[in-house]
Design a protein around this ligand. Sequence first.
Ligand SMILES: *Cc1c(COP(=O)(O)O)cnc(C)c1O
Length: 504
Amino acid sequence: MTGRALSGGRAASAPLLGHETEPTIFEMSVSGRSAYQLRTTGVPATALADLIPATHLNGDVVNIAEVSERDLVAHFTRLSHRQFSVDLGMYPLGSCTMKYNPKFCDAVANDPGLNSVHPGAPAELTQGWLELLATLEEKLCAVTGMAAATLQPAAGAAGELTGLLLMRAYHSANGDPRRRILIPDSAHGTNPASVTLGGYEVTTVPSNDRGLVDLEKLKASLGPDVAGIMLTNPNTLGLFEEEITEIAAAVHEVGGLLYYDGANLNAILGAVRPGDMGFDIVHMNLHKTFATPHGGGGPGAGPVAVSKRLVEFLPGPKATRLDDGTFAWVKPSRSIGRVHGWHGNAMVLARALAYIDVHGGDGLTRVAKYAVLNANWLRQRLSDTLPAAYDRVCMHECVLTATPLKNKYGVRGLDVAKALLEEGFHSPTVYFPLIVEEALMFEPTETESLQTLEALAEAVERIAQRAIDDPDALHRAPQTTPVSRVDEARAARHLIPTEDAASR
Ligand SMILES: *Cc1c(COP(=O)(O)O)cnc(C)c1O
């Protein structure tokens, strides 16, 4: 193979222009080239055949790309520049809480004292790690108002399944596993999926005209076969469920449990606690609320906290603080078992504790206040261009609609979202929640300044003006990004684009 130059005859080491295609590492390969050599170690070179018996040697030459370290680093650095990230700019992807992740938390996770420890090392030798995990559990319980938690689940959805297995264990222990779980029609798709995986059936509860759970319809769906309800509060419309204590009372009345989808916890940190609202099981998306890079950026963590009556069923073993001040691995008495190898995604857990400690209680409360302030500022500022689906004070995110642009100029929410990429902003979440037509769900988070919010609003207004001037051009946006419009369904199934899908 011979090394390939970039299109236009430019050298492979030159920075890519937006439209250029990066060659694969194999296309850059030149026979005999290697990334590095250790020339001065003094260790004599030994033929492989002298080290490994011939029967175990693969006779075929494995096709590995042969490139210099310089070209290798340039290749991956160029690729890393062809996407958007929280480190580049505002990422208002509603429901996902794409806040800026402080580098301090990464510095903690990079400490060799933490990350060079084998998870199977005995507790006597890893007291520091056990203390970290036990402390994180205590602080997460303080934030949510719950009795105890498991740190094992790998993400929110894994926490949901864990929570449903806990519900099943609890009801089964009472002699009746029950059959149905109630879910509002605005819920995140993982909720019904987890219910099905957990062996339950979904009953959908409609929202009322204020975007909240319809209490009367909810009561009508309740019965002795209901194992519980899954809710997020604020809900996926960014609105606070004002009747949550009535909802909790009604579900508890029939013996059901309340599951809190904690993806929206950023809105209520330090202000109100799921435990006080009446929830029995709470998952937290540490990668969302407590700042770990996510969405292709790394692993997550979805700890599940529970009220007193569910503590004995929690997954285990758990890092536990003993009376003498030392720590041990203890399995809860009626544990449902493990839901993750070892102890969960430990480095995400370390980052979360760093984030909590660096903010302190008052700092976390301010996180929530600024997140809510930013969302309401944006909702109000954009009200003439993209009106709110439910025109009232929201929590940490606002669901706006492009329906007026669609009706007047044929410009859809997707067109607005794609055009925002040209303006240097990540797109908001589109077409979710499903109950809002042409939904654009903005979650600015607390980490964006007033100036950035203003710039986003101006970008949206420029796009609205383009809808009047040249709507057809908006259907083709974005034009300045490495990849333009793709067939979304095809792109998710065929990772290698065909020529016409990649070109504009
Ligand atoms: C993100 C999210 C989930 C799923 O969490 P993951 O950590 O992505 O598995 C569930 N519910 C809501 C409302 C979410 O925003």
